[in-house]
Design a binder for this molecule. Sequence first.
Ligand code: HEC
Ligand code: HEC
Ligand code: HEC
Ligand code: HEC
Ligand code: HEC
Ligand code: HEC
Ligand code: HEC
Length: 341
Amino acid sequence: MIYKANIRPAWIVLLLMLLCLLAFTMIKTSDTSSPVNIKIQTEQETTSRVDHTKFKNAAENEKCFKCHGQSKYTYENPESQKTVTKRMFSELVMDRDVFYVSNHREFKCTDCHSEDYESFPHAGNLRMEAIATCIDCHGGDEKYAKFEFEKIDTAFLASVHSEKHNEDFTCWMCHDAHTYKINARSNENLKETITYDNMICLNCHGDFKNYQLLTDKVKPNILKKHEWLPNQASHFTNVRCIECHAKNEDTLVVAHHVVSKKQAVRKCESCHSQNSILYASLYKYQVSEKIQKEGIIVGLLTGESTSIGPDKSNTLNIISLAIFGLTILVIIIHAVLRIKK
Ligand code: HEC
Ligand code: HEC
Ligand code: HEC
Ligand code: HEC
Ligand code: HEC
Ligand code: HEC
Ligand code: HEC
C-alpha cells in the first residue's frame, strides 16, 4: 500500500509536467497577435532583385531610366557643352526592380508615353498627352476575360471616387502604371496581399500630399475614424480596407464598388461568424482554388481561413490554460502532501 502510494504520484507529476509543457507550447503557437504598429512594407522590400537584362525592352527603357531610375540625372547642356548633374523630382523617380516585376514589365516606356519624351528637355505640351486606359487595351479581349474588365469598370463608375471626381479619378490612381502587379489572384501569402491592397488605399488616405491633389477637403485622420474598431492594427493587417468599404460582387475577385462611408461594414458579426463575409471576399480565391484542386472546401476547414474570429484559438487557449492550471494545482497538492508526510 505505502509503496504504491509513493510511486504513483511521482508518475502523475511527471505526466502532468509533460502536459504542462505541451500546454505552454500550445499557448505560444496559438498566439498570432500582430505587432501594434502597422508596418507598411514598401514594394522594394517585398521584391527580390531581378535581372533586368532578360527583358527585351530593357536596353530601350534605359534611355528613360538613366534619368528616371534614380534621384540624380545628368545631361549635356547643348549651349555650354557641359555635363550638368541635377536632382530628379522624387515623384518622377521609378524603381527598375519594381517595374520589372509589375504586370506591364514587358512594355517599352514609349508604348504608353509619347516617343517625343526621348528628347530632353521634354516638350511642355507632352504633359497634356492622354494615356490609354485599361479598357482601351483590355476591353473585349478574350485573353483577359477572366479579369472581367468591363464589370470592374461598371463597379468602379458607381464608386464614391468616380462619382465625386469623375474623369479626374482614373483606374491609374490605384493601379500605378509602373508598379501594379496582381496579388489577390496569385500570391499565396495572404498577408502580403492584404498589405499590398491596403497600401493602394493608404497611398491617398494615409498621405495628404496625394489626397489633396483631388480635393480641398481636410483629409480625415483615418486612425481616429476607426477608433470604434478594437485592435485596429490587427484588423488593418488581417483584413483589407475593401472588405468593409467595397460592395462585393459574385464573380469579381476584387470588389471595385467603393461605397460611401455610411454604407461601410461596421458589424463585428459580419466577419466574426460562421458565415463570414470574408469567405466571399478575402478568402474567395484561396477557397475556390482549393475546391478546384481537391474537390472539397478544405480552405474553410484548414489554414488561414479558419483563423477568422477569436473562436478557434480562444478555445485552444482556454483548454491549454485549464490544463496548465490543473497541473499546477496537482503539483501543489502533491507537494503539500509530501511535506505533511
Ligand atoms: C536627361 C534626363 C531625362 C531623360 C533621358 C528622360 N527624362 Fe523624362 N523627365 C526628366 C525631367 C527632369 C522631368 C521633369 C521636368 C520636365 O518635365 O521636363 C521629366 C519628366 C517626365 C515626365 C512627366 C511630365 C509631367 O510633368 O507630367 C514623363 C512622363 C517623362 N519624363 C517620361 C520620360 C520617358 C518616357 C523617357 C524616355 C523615353 C524620359 N522621360 C527620358 C528627365 C528626363
Ligand atoms: C502601361 C503604361 C505605362 C508604361 C509601360 C509606362 N508608363 Fe509612365 N505613366 C503611365 C501613366 C498612366 C502615367 C500617369 C499617371 C497619372 O497621371 O496618374 C505615367 C506617368 C509617368 C511619369 C510621371 C510621374 C508619375 O509617376 O506620375 C513618368 C516620369 C513616367 N511615367 C515614366 C515612365 C518610364 C520611364 C517608363 C518606362 C520604364 C514608363 N513610364 C512606363 C503609364 C505608363
Ligand atoms: C497600352 C495597353 C495597355 C494598357 C493601357 C493597360 N494594359 Fe494591362 N496589359 C497589357 C498587355 C499587352 C498585357 C500583357 C503583358 C504580358 O503578357 O507581358 C497586360 C497585362 C496586364 C495584366 C496581367 C495579365 C496576366 O494574365 O498576367 C493585368 C492584371 C493588367 N494588364 C491590368 C491592367 C490594368 C488594371 C490597367 C489599367 C490601370 C492596364 N492593364 C492597362 C496592355 C495594357
Ligand atoms: C480605389 C482603388 C482602385 C481603383 C480606382 C481601381 N482598382 Fe482595380 N484593384 C484595386 C485593388 C486594391 C486590387 C487588388 C490588387 C491585387 O491584390 O491583385 C485591384 C485589382 C484589379 C484587377 C485584378 C483583379 C483580378 O481578378 O485579379 C483588375 C483587372 C483591375 N483591378 C482593374 C481595374 C480597372 C479596369 C479599374 C478602372 C475601371 C480599376 N481597377 C480601378 C483597386 C482599385
Ligand atoms: C472593419 C471594417 C473597416 C475596415 C477594415 C476599414 N474601415 Fe474605413 N470605415 C469603416 C466604417 C464603418 C466607417 C464609417 C465611420 C464613421 O462614419 O464614423 C469608415 C470610415 C472610413 C473613411 C471615411 C472617413 C470620413 O469620415 O471621411 C475612410 C476614408 C476610410 N474609412 C478608409 C479606410 C481605409 C483606407 C482602410 C484600410 C486601411 C479602412 N478604411 C479600413 C469600416 C472599416
Ligand atoms: C488617388 C487617391 C485615392 C485613392 C488611391 C483612394 N482614395 Fe478613397 N478617397 C479619395 C478622396 C480624395 C476622397 C474624398 C472624396 C470627396 O469627398 O471629395 C475619398 C473618399 C473615400 C471614402 C469616403 C467616402 C465618403 O462617404 O465620404 C472612402 C470610404 C474611401 N475613399 C475608401 C477608399 C478605399 C477603400 C480605397 C482603396 C481601395 C481608396 N479609398 C483609395 C482619394 C483616394
Ligand atoms: C471585415 C471583417 C471584420 C470585421 C467587420 C471585424 N473584424 Fe475583428 N478581426 C477580423 C480578422 C480577419 C481578424 C484577425 C483574426 C486572426 O488573427 O485570427 C480580427 C481580429 C479581431 C480580434 C483579435 C485581435 C487580435 O489581435 O488577436 C478582436 C478582439 C476583434 N477582431 C474584434 C472585433 C470587433 C469587436 C469588431 C466589431 C466592432 C470586429 N472585430 C469587426 C475581421 C473583422
